[in-house]
Design a protein around this ligand. Structure first.
Ligand SMILES: Nc1ncnc2c1ncn2[C@@H]1O[C@H](COP(=O)(O)OP(=O)(O)O)[C@@H](O)[C@H]1O
Ligand SMILES: [Mg+2]
Length: 260
């Protein structure tokens, strides 16, 4: 995919510089951090900036090396080979973004091994062919280190192959700006949403498996911007997605009602 319009991305740390140097040095990049912190948006933005095509694969338990590399498909009376997204990116000189790489089947990690080091090669086992990556090829993966949750881990030997950047919730001013720009609500409303997010993130005693992401706050802003009452918008976009526990829901709704 090549984007026509520049996506809005607000830098949170030094990730843009790190990306530029990683690509210059042909080093693979790992984006670490909870969901909704702007990892995918960042990759889209950088692909646009660098004028590189972007192939994104959302990895899940069933994602296998074949899905990435390619397979024989039957077309009429013939079987023909079809490159997968990784093979296409390697040949064309594009960015491959493996979102949530730890969720994929273990053979994915094995298959990308030689691409993430100095060799920059990919072995197409079904064709018995080894291809070398184009100069513009870049490997990016994301990973959600859910320490307290049952999320899958990445082996240290795999992690050490990547230059790694942590994505965190942005500081108040930055998050307010993101909510405002992304949803179209006014400064005051976006500040209130930011405050609600910050407050809930600090309520560690609730034991939420995932806390409020910037994405949820942006979504609340969007609903408000199209005219849904503020309290209702915040309840459905921020509170309800976080938990199904009745007591926690009630407590969070009360909190939100006080704050917006
Ligand atoms: N730094 C940022 N700049 C611009 N938008 C952001 C940023 N961080 C989060 N967002 C907003 O949050 C949403 C979710 O971000 P996304 O990139 O999909 O998160 P992730 O890939 O980390 O789960 C985006 O669609 C965007 O509206
Ligand atoms: Mg994402």
């Amino acid at each position: 995919m090549i984007l026509k319009d520049e996506p809005f991305y607000r830098q949170v740390g030094k990730e843009i510089e790190v990306f530029e140097h990683a690509i210059k040095n042909k080093l693979p990049l790992l984006l670490k951090g909870p969901t909704g912190t702007g990892k995918s948006r960042f990759v889209e933005y950088m692909a646009f900036k660098m004028s590189l095509p972007l192939y994104t694969v959302a990895c899940h338990e069933e994602t296998s090396a074949t899905d990435l590399i390619g397979r024989y498909i039957i077309k009429g009376s013939e079987t023909i080979w079809q490159d997968g997204p990784l093979t296409r990116a390697v040949r064309e000189g594009a960015i491959i973004y493996l979102d949530e790489i730890a969720e994929a089947r273990p053979d994915v990690i094995v298959a990308v091994h030689s691409l993430t080091d100095f060799r920059r090669t990919l072995y197409l086992d079904k064709l018995g062919e080894e291809i070398t990556a184009d100069d513009d090829f870049m490997f990016i993966a994301s990973f959600n280190p859910g320490y307290q949750r049952g999320f899958k881990e990445l082996k240290p030997s795999t992690r050490q192959r990547f230059v790694s950047v942590s994505f965190e919730y942005p500081e108040p001013k930055v998050e307010t700006e993101i909510i405002r720009k992304e949803s179209g609500v006014d400064q005051e409303t976006s500040r209130k949403l930011m405050k609600i997010g910050t407050k809930i993130r600090n309520l560690t005693e609730l034991g939420l498996t995932e806390t409020v992401s910037t994405r949820l706050l942006v979504d609340a802003g969007k609903l408000i911007n199209t005219g849904l009452p503020k309290r209702l918008a915040t309840e459905v976009a921020v509170v309800e997605p976080l938990t199904d526990d009745e007591d926690t829901l009630t407590a969070l709704k009360d909190l939100v009602n006080l704050m917006i």
